[in-house]
Design a protein around this ligand. Structure first.
Ligand code: BDP
Length: 705
């Protein structure tokens, strides 16, 4: 295999020829020719994809033809444009605009596969689905499926800076080359759009939430316009992060007060300017009054005031404001986990129609495991957008194999009990629980300039899985893993079974070796690479790991029950009861909600101290098992990626041990107990681990926690 084919650039869309001879013959026979309805640029994109996709998979040139009564054909057309003979076989009433139907129909002794829908974009999605089926060697004979997205806005959030560094990016630099835009259109932009369309992603916020106002100047908007043009045929709308103080920084105003008439006018004019050149501009993503970012509170106003002002500016153009709920203040002595809820929930139902509140999956910050964010159960009258982090800031960067859809699935399946049992986060996000007017899911991108886009070859699965779950938040992570593995590597069951298993277990492994039993935010300063549970000297209390684990001679954990911060009261009574009671609190959340003595007895009869050591060890052992599994996969994977993954797993093992040893040695200074017999002895001293410094770790924010 050539370097170009095996370096992973082709993602799950690599279209090498189907190797199973009989499958290939069946497909070739079915796809004698292809009819693609004439139309605009999206139809053009479909044709291009088919040329590449079908051509590659079948190993023959694609024959585009009008309707043939004497050939087996693939027909891609909106319902209105279907050859008349098929119309009675099809009913697309239930499809949403972006939805599609794929159906096999026999007519006059011939066999047809119809990909149809209401809009061009639905046909593009259907085309990608059809190509995926071929890649997965699925039979076409009795095909009859309908698909519509369950969520309206399915977007990536790039934390990309204008200097091309990526905050919390571990796969190279930003793929947006602002210097050469708008004139130079990198092929990557097109492939990025293709990849997103293939999984239904329909929006992208190009810039960091820690925003730079320059992106809103004419010089940059021209570049944004060029990207929007590339993405448009693929149904991907562009959004920008709006720095709240932009009217001052680039507008020359003296204030950014959202109630000031000049400020209001400035945003209105800015919106008009943007929509003039990008008529389908998606809207603004805003991080305000969070971690030093400016916002309405600088002027004594509220998040609601700020969101309203921007919403008014975008409303004439159907633009959306995505206002982030990731807020916590150094002036608020209350538990950080409680602060977003306290600021936003009282205003439930007051936000304008074109505002979505974007809420991180958990109440702290993208940790390996968190209970779901209580806001999801508490704002029935406000559209809440899910924010996941695809990039693995707190899960081992791009060097660890951790299958993120498993984490996403766990959150989406969580029950908020908002309207009784079964009120899952998925139903809140897709709007079915409270019939929301606008729905959305965002994923903080893990994409960069690395040859394979995501650094770790398996990081692609996280991008893929995010898109699939945004399309359908009830999809199982196992099915997603199956699809991705088949499309990316092989359909061989001797490969699929063990590697799928490895993916599905990898998330628990990282929880075990980093943050077991409900521990969280033990990460070292600024870069979040590796353990720093001892850090206690940062200016803001809630930036220090000691704030979260609260280890002392008595025990460890954050008491969030009534005797502590009472964060539990932000959940439904059923959950408050369940998590608050030590008998019923799942052990995976134990130290998230409770401060417990070192000799507290776990369900298996062991002490909490032993249990911690055993979990850390289990995480290390799970990585060893991943290595053993991978070693036997050589026959199914090209040499290049096989070696890449092998080396990365080696690093993962080293770092898993580092986490175990550093954390257990540090906690031992409080527990004063021997390590459990199941745990291997630490390889170095606590002093050594404390001495490690990483001033140039990727994605670093030097001024921060
Ligand atoms: C934190 C990251 C920081 C982000 C912040 C956010 O460390 O870089 O800016 O989240 O989401 O987890 O705004």
């Amino acid at each position: 295999m050539s370097f170009a084919m095996s370096n992973g650039y082709g993602l799950w869309l690599n279209y090498s020829k189907i190797s199973d001879e009989s499958m290939l013959k069946t497909y070739q026979n079915q796809l004698q020719s292809v009819l693609v309805e004439e139309g605009g640029e999206t139809m053009g994109a479909i044709k291009k994809e088919l040329k590449m996709g079908l051509g590659g998979l079948l190993g023959t040139e694609v024959r585009f033809k009008p309707f043939q009564a004497s050939e087996n054909q693939l027909i891609i057309s909106k319902y209105a444009g279907l050859p008349r003979v098929f119309k009675e076989d099809i009913n697309i009433d239930n499809l949403r605009g972006e939805g599609y139907m794929i159906k096999h129909v026999e007519k006059g002794g011939r066999s047809y596969v119809l990909v149809t829908g209401k809009e061009d974009i639905g046909l593009l999605y259907g085309t990608f689905h059809f190509l995926r089926m071929l890649k997965m060697h699925q039979p076409l004979a009795s095909l009859n499926l309908e698909e519509s997205p369950k969520v309206d806005i399915r977007m990536l959030n790039h934390w990309d800076n204008l200097d091309r560094t990526v905050e919390r990016g571990y796969a190279g630099f930003s793929i947006w080359n602002w210097q050469t835009l708008p004139d130079y259109i990198d092929q990557r932009y097109i492939d990025y759009a293709r990849a997103n369309a293939s999984i239904g992603v329909n929006g992208t916020a190009l810039t960091n939430v820690n925003a730079n106002a320059l992106i809103l100047t004419p010089q940059y908007l021209e570049k944004v316009k060029a990207l929007a043009q590339v993405f448009r045929p693929y149904g991907v709308k562009v959004y920008l992060t709006a720095r709240f103080s932009a009217p001052m920084e680039i507008g020359g105003l003296k204030t950014a007060d959202p109630l000031d008439p000049q400020v209001i006018q400035w945003w209105k004019d800015k919106a008009a300017e943007i929509y003039k050149s990008i008529p389908d501009f998606g809207g603004f993503l805003v991080k305000a009054n969070s971690e030093g970012q400016p916002g309405p509170q600088n002027y004594g106003r509220t998040h609601l005031d700020g969101a309203k002002m921007m919403a008014d500016a975008l409303a004439p153009y159907q633009g959306t404001v995505i206002w982030r709920a990731f807020v916590y203040s150094e002036h608020d002595a209350d538990d950080r986990a409680k602060q977003a809820y306290s600021e936003f929930v009282p205003d439930d139902g007051k936000y304008p129609d074109n505002v979505l509140i974007q809420v991180k999956n958990g109440p702290i910050d993208f940790q390996p495991r968190e209970p779901f964010h209580p806001m999801f159960g508490a704002m029935p009258n406000t559209p809440l957008m899910m924010e996941f982090q695809i990039t693995k800031e707190y899960l081992g960067f791009a060097t660890h194999l951790v299958y993120m859809p498993k984490l996403f699935e766990e959150v989406l399946e969580s029950d908020t009990y908002q309207k009784g049992e079964g009120s899952t986060v998925a139903k809140v996000v897709d709007g079915t629980l409270s019939n929301k007017r606008l729905t959305g899911m965002a994923g903080v991108s893990n994409i960069g300039t690395d040859a394979n886009w995501t650094g770790h070859p398996f990081g692609q699965a996280d991008w893929y899985g995010f898109g699939r779950l945004a399309w359908n938040p009830s999809m199982s992570s196992e099915k997603i893993a199956d699809e991705w593995l088949r499309c990316t590597f092989s359909n061989d069951k001797d490969f699929l079974k063990p590697v799928k298993q490895m993916l599905l277990e990898s998330r628990e492994a990282v929880v075990n070796y980093m943050n077991p039993l409900g521990l969280h935010h033990l990460f070292d300063t600024s870069h979040h690479y590796g353990p720093g549970p001892w850090v206690d000297n940062l200016s803001r209390p809630e930036w220090n790991p000691v704030y979260y684990h609260k280890a002392d001679e008595e025990g460890i954990g954050f008491d969030r029950t009534k005797t502590g911060s009472d964060a539990l009261s932000q959940y439904a009574p059923e959950l408050e009861e369940k998590f608050g009671n030590l008998e019923t609190c799942p052990e995976e959340y134990l130290l998230w909600f409770h401060h417990l003595p070192w000799d507290y007895q776990l369900k298996n009869g062991r002490t909490l101290w032993d249990g911690l050591g055993i979990k850390y060890q289990e995480g290390v052992d799970q990585v060893r098992e991943m290595i053993t599994t991978w070693e036997t996969m050589k026959p199914y994977v090209d040499e290049y990626r096989f070696n890449q993954v092998s080396m990365l797993l080696g690093i993962q093992l080293k770092e898993a041990k580092w986490w175990r040893d550093a954390c257990m040695l540090y906690f031992q200074t409080f527990s004063k107990m021997d390590f459990p017999k199941e745990m291997e002895s630490p390889e170095n001293t606590l002093q050594y681990y404390k001495s490690l410094k990483f001033p140039y770790a990727p994605g670093i924010r030097p001024q921060w926690d």
